[in-house]
Design a protein around this ligand. Structure first.
Ligand SMILES: Cc1cc2nc3c(=O)[nH]c(=O)nc-3n(C[C@H](O)[C@H](O)[C@H](O)COP(=O)(O)OP(=O)(O)OC[C@H]3O[C@@H](n4cnc5c(N)ncnc54)[C@H](O)[C@@H]3O)c2cc1C
Length: 572
């Protein structure tokens, strides 16, 4: 007798699931346990398997259908069995028996293209549902999600999959910082009862490991594109209209075009900045010998991470920052405490403006007008990043942008119909996870699902030693925004795990900022080991609009460093 295949229940709160893709067709013979279709909830993706071997007699809902759990989605049995009683009332009508195939007209030969052959698939007759320019975390993650939904996607990349983040940003810097952390831990090991021999740092091996990590992850992205049927085209893309993109003389058409071209280091016109030992974050990632001294121009996230890396390896490091404090979005008090933690390792020159780089001398003027200079083997220029906007036909296409980036609304739409922009090129938030989220918002908008890019709870982290992380408003920002603010701070050393792993001198603290009237959590800011790992939980609290009392009811695992957030909530 024919068997019903039910939409499985996935947890108590899930009432329905979306069928992403059928992996079999009516009439196919299947084995027990064979995947019949791929299904997703808002929490997970999974496969529905054949309960036993047989023939697929009926598929009752098409791909993309949102089906209640425990409804019959298919029937399996012996050929010829009657399954009409199994068909749910709201199921798609039964497909008529296939008509004999008419002879297909001969197709014209496809135009030659660099590496992919466009095929007509979309609703407007364009070759692709979405064309994405740029394969950074904005572009490739969006391509993956869109491919997963069954859309036909073309991802165009001029250099490497993974963009800046994977090749010259997040990943290589964190790999280097981790090696430096091992070095520091090995040197401090005797404090924790472990005797080591001479501890040495091997720059060449570290760089080789960094390259290995990059290439492994790049391979992972390529595999992900393949799995989700995303076509990848290597070449430099140019926008030539609302729905058209040109690469090496071939025009590709899509229902939607997404610009995810990222950003590049900004080098200000300081005399002497064009010397070979003056590097940006890109070149310094490939230094072949350890400098004795480093001058970092710019005390933002990138400057502080490199300052931390080199200083922990014994390099003399000076940071020269024009503003009165490092990392502009950091809580002011914590920034000062963080600088204190690096005392003797990094020399911070705040409120100082660099005027020239004369050979190896970096010349600058202090706040009081005094002229000073610092001699350094290498100078790192890390004063910010600019969106990649030129040479891509944006102006000719009529795209609205300025030097900060392409202008977009909350759904990542630009002024041109069906053209979206995501990630660093928008200038909205220069973080990999922001780029990814913007891509998700753009995809949902394309799919007609309500979504918007919210900026109130984007966590950020600096992977220095000690780490820094934050989410939501600082006390200064909350006050400026008109909140009646209350805040509490606790040291991380309150955590048993923190003390055990970092010793009694381990620096770090957590500060919680709330609205004193509503008790809503407005922000949490921290520095110290593991800050980057626990800060996402704060994003969940702020996104959910939790008050202090709600957060007090959340159970944290013990012993963890993140527990200090919970303890701080009980200080109000
Ligand atoms: C040193 C450093 C460390 C960083 N660390 C972190 C971190 O720890 N965490 C974090 O969140 N962020 C970090 N960032 C920032 C992060 O790298 C960016 O926010 C992120 O890469 C932006 O992603 P995106 O997709 O917008 O663009 P990108 O990653 O910049 O990718 C854009 C892609 O578009 C391609 N492209 C450009 N023009 C064209 C064209 N015409 N045709 C085809 N392809 C094109 C480029 O080759 C590139 O691959 C760091 C950045 C740097 C420089």
């Amino acid at each position: 007798m024919a068997l019903e295949v039910l939409m499985p229940r996935q947890g108590q709160s899930v009432e329905s699931c979306i069928i992403i893709e059928w992996k079999v067709a009516e009439g196919d013979a299947v084995t027990a346990g064979q995947a019949l279709c791929e299904v997703e909830t808002d929490k997970a993706t999974f496969e529905v398997e054949a309960p036993e071997a047989g023939t697929v007699l009926g598929i009752f809902y098409p791909a993309d259908a949102d089906v209640e759990v425990l409804k019959v989605i298919a029937a399996i049995g012996a050929p010829g069995e009657d399954i009409s009683a199994m068909r749910p009332a709201d199921a798609a009508p039964a497909a008529p028996a296939p008509a004999p195939k008419a002879e297909e007209p001969a197709k014209p030969a496809a135009a030659p293209a660099p590496s992919v052959q466009p095929q007509v698939s979309s609703s407007t007759g364009a070759a692709y549902d979405i064309i994405i320019i740029g394969a950074g975390p904005g572009g490739y993650e969006m391509a993956e999600r869109a491919g997963h939904k069954g859309l036909k996607v073309l991802l165009i990349e001029k250099k490497y999959l993974g963009g800046v983040c994977l090749n010259w940003g997040c990943i290589p810097t964190k790999t280097l910082l981790n090696s430096a952390k091992h070095y520091v831990h090995a040197k401090e090991a005797p404090e924790f009862g472990v005797t080591t021999g001479e501890v040495k740092f091997d720059l060449a091996k570290t760089m080789a490991w960094k390259q290995d990590v990059i290439e492994t992850l790049r391979g992972g992205v390529a595999a992900m594109m393949k799995k989700n049927k995303v076509e990848v085209l290597y070449g430099e893309a140019k926008l030539i209209g609302s729905r058209k993109v040109e690469v090496a003389g071939t025009v590709y058409e899509g229902d939607n075009v997404v610009i995810a071209t990222g950003g590049s280091p900004f080098v200000p016109p300081i005399p002497g900045a064009d010397q070979p030992h003056v590097m940006t974050s890109k070149e310094i990632l490939s230094v072949e010998s350890m400098p004795k001294s480093l001058a970092v121009i710019g005390g933002g996230v990138i400057g502080v991470e490199f300052a931390s890396f080199f200083s922990s390896l014994g390099v003399k490091v000076d940071v020269i920052e024009m503003l009165d404090e490092i990392i502009p979005f950091m809580d002011n008090g914590q920034a000062a405490a963080f600088r204190k933690a690096l005392k003797g390792k990094v020399n911070f020159n705040l409120g100082c403006r660099v005027t020239a780089i004369d050979g190896h001398d970096v010349k600058f003027v202090t706040k009081s007008g005094e002229e000073k200079s610092i001699n350094a083997d290498i100078v790192l220029m890390s004063v910010g990043r600019s969106p990649n906007l030129s040479g891509m036909g944006f102006e000719e296409a009529g795209l609205d942008f300025d030097r900060r980036g392409i202008k977009t609304d909350d759904q990542q739409r630009t002024n041109l119909p069906n053209v979206f922009a995501i990630g660093d090129v928008t200038g909205k938030s220069q973080l990999a996870h922001s780029a990814t989220r913007m891509g998700e918002v753009a995809l949902n908008t394309i799919l007609g699902k309500k979504d918007r890019f919210r900026t109130n709870a984007i966590p950020w982290a600096v992977y220095s030693m000690p780490e820094i992380a934050g989410c939501g408003m600082t006390e200064e920002q909350a006050t400026e925004a008109g909140h009646k603010v209350d805040s509490k701070t606790l040291p991380l050393i309150m955590s048993g795990r923190f003390l055990a792993e970092n010793g009694k001198k381990g620096p770090g603290q957590v500060k919680v900022v709330i609205d004193a009237d509503t008790r809503a959590i407005l922000g949490v800011h921290a520095f110290g080991a593991y800050s980057s790992e626990f800060i996402w939980g704060v994003a969940a609290m702020i996104e959910s609009g939790l008050r202090v009392e709600d957060a007090q009811e959340i159970v944290f695992p013990h012993p963890t460093v993140g527990e200090v957030i919970r303890s701080t909530m009980f200080q109000f």
